[in-house]
Design a protein around this ligand. Structure first.
Ligand code: OGA
Ligand code: MN
Length: 195
């Protein structure tokens, strides 16, 4: 699986891996995400960083909670899995990747995130975007909420089915989240390089 991701990233800059995690771990992460959402721990996401940060519901409508190491055994298991990916990327592609920042993201029905790139003007450390979906595996076209990637050959839509991992080069692939018709859960992260 990790070898396929490396090959895809080299060949075209993105990769989609259905059933990336054991189903039990995906379910545990989804349960934790829902519980933290119910407890009011997720907050409306800002755009950008630091002082320039503002909540702008016309650009994105998700609420997020940043993951901290040690927050739960379930999250730590996920962080360890992505760390293996980070080490493999460094070994194979010499990317000098240093750490991961990631957050739970919940889009309410009707939620979306307009077309954007994941690299900030004032912070270019984000190198590889990794998104793990935590929805039921029966998510359908009619539910919307697709990740739309804008590729040289055209648009490509990915259904946010639970257990699917999408990776792409953060500075290369413009993308958006199409309006979802039901609540949409994801664990979104960025593997960052050394400065
Ligand atoms: C993001 C993002 C994509 C997705 O949070 O920056 O683009 O499919 N998420 O949730
Ligand atoms: Mn993004």
């Amino acid at each position: 699986m990790l070898a396929n991701i490396i090959d895809d990233l080299v060949a075209r800059g993105w990769s989609v891996q259905p059933h990336f995690l054991a189903q039990s771990l995906t379910l545990q992460l989804a349960t934790e995400c829902r519980a933290r959402q119910a407890a009011g721990e997720l907050l409306p996401a800002g755009i950008g960083r630091g002082d320039g940060k503002l909540v702008n519901e016309s650009i994105r409508s998700d609420s997020i909670l940043w993951l901290e190491p040690g927050q739960s055994p379930t999250c730590d298991q996920y962080l360890a899995t992505i760390d293996e990916l980070r080490l493999t990327l460094n070994r194979e592609l010499f990317l000098g990747l240093e750490d991961l920042e990631s957050h739970f993201a919940v889009y309410p029905p009707g939620g979306f995130y307009q077309r954007h790139l994941d690299r900030f003007r004032d912070d270019d450390r984000r190198t590889v975007t990794v998104v793990l979906y935590l929805n039921d595996p029966d998510w359908s076209e009619a539910d919307g909420g697709q990740l739309r990637m804008y590729l040289p050959e055209g648009e490509r839509d990915i259904l946010p089915e639970g257990g699917t991992l999408v990776c792409f080069m953060s500075d290369r692939i413009p993308h958006e989240v199409l309006p979802a018709r039901r609540q949409r859960l994801a664990l979104t992260g960025w593997i960052r390089r050394r400065v």
